[in-house]
Design a protein around this ligand. Structure first.
Ligand code: BMP
Length: 209
């Protein structure tokens, strides 16, 4: 079955806990990004980990040294995985992977963004990024639910690496178009902006069966 990752891009810690608690039964993992970490502090990762394991989506894309410091912050504070940008290159990916290895953590690599701008630059190199992620031994890639044909091609490249797809719901991606190709989907606004986040998470969970 495809897993459901809740993207908790809210700015208020209390609200984040509320939604995590309400939806915990129907989600597999939580993903935090800058909006929550910058407003609540990096220890929010540890606090949320009591509900589900947390992926730190810092889209790491700096020089290797700085990237390794960012990765260490994520893992020291309880993350089980980090997300980095593949365009930063093999040295950065290796640096992030080395740090992850010290913590038994995982590394996921963005290929092309799910937003329209993802085709402007990233799409031209996203197949090569997927090859790199596989060669370096990362745990998986982030691929765009908004472009199922690209998810198919990227899946073929990475084989049994995990494929995680954001872009379902508000961005226009549809579960039925990618379900057979992916390991996890990431859903944010459709759940945390819903009147009843628990009901919405359950609805999405059922669609993933
Ligand atoms: P939403 O379901 O509200 O569109 O949120 C999607 C989440 O996935 C956001 O946290 C966003 O940063 C992330 N994301 C994305 O939407 N597209 C990508 O290509 C990569 C991402 O990490």
């Amino acid at each position: 079955m495809v897993g459901l990752i809740l993207a908790l891009d809210v700015m208020d810690e209390k609200k984040a806990f509320e939604i995590a608690e309400k939806t915990a039964e129907w989600i597999n993992l939580i993903k935090v990004n800058y909006p929550l970490v910058l407003s609540a502090g990096v220890d929010v990762i540890k606090k949320l980990s009591k509900f589900k394991k947390v992926i730190a989506d810092f889209k790491i894309s700096d020089i290797p040294y700085t990237s390794s410091l960012i990765s260490r912050m994520a893992f020291e504070n309880g993350a089980f995985a980090v997300i980095c940008h593949g365009f930063a290159g093999s040295d950065t990916l290796r640096a992030v992977k080395d740090v992850a290895g010290e913590y038994g953590g995982e590394v996921y690599v963005v290929t092309e963004l799910s937003s329209p701008g993802g085709v402007e630059f990233l799409q031209k190199v996203s197949n090569s990024i997927a090859v790199l992620a596989k060669d370096i031994g990362c745990d998986g890639i982030i691929a765009p639910a908004t472009r199922p044909e690209r998810v198919r091609e990227l899946r073929e490249i990475v084989g049994d690496l995990k494929v995680i797809c954001p872009g379902v719901g508000v961005q226009g991606g549809r579960i039925e178009d990618i379900k057979e190709l992916v390991d996890y989907i990431i859903v944010g606004r459709s759940i945390y902006l819903a009147k009843d986040p628990k009901k919405e998470a359950k609805k999405i969970y059922e669609l993933l069966k």
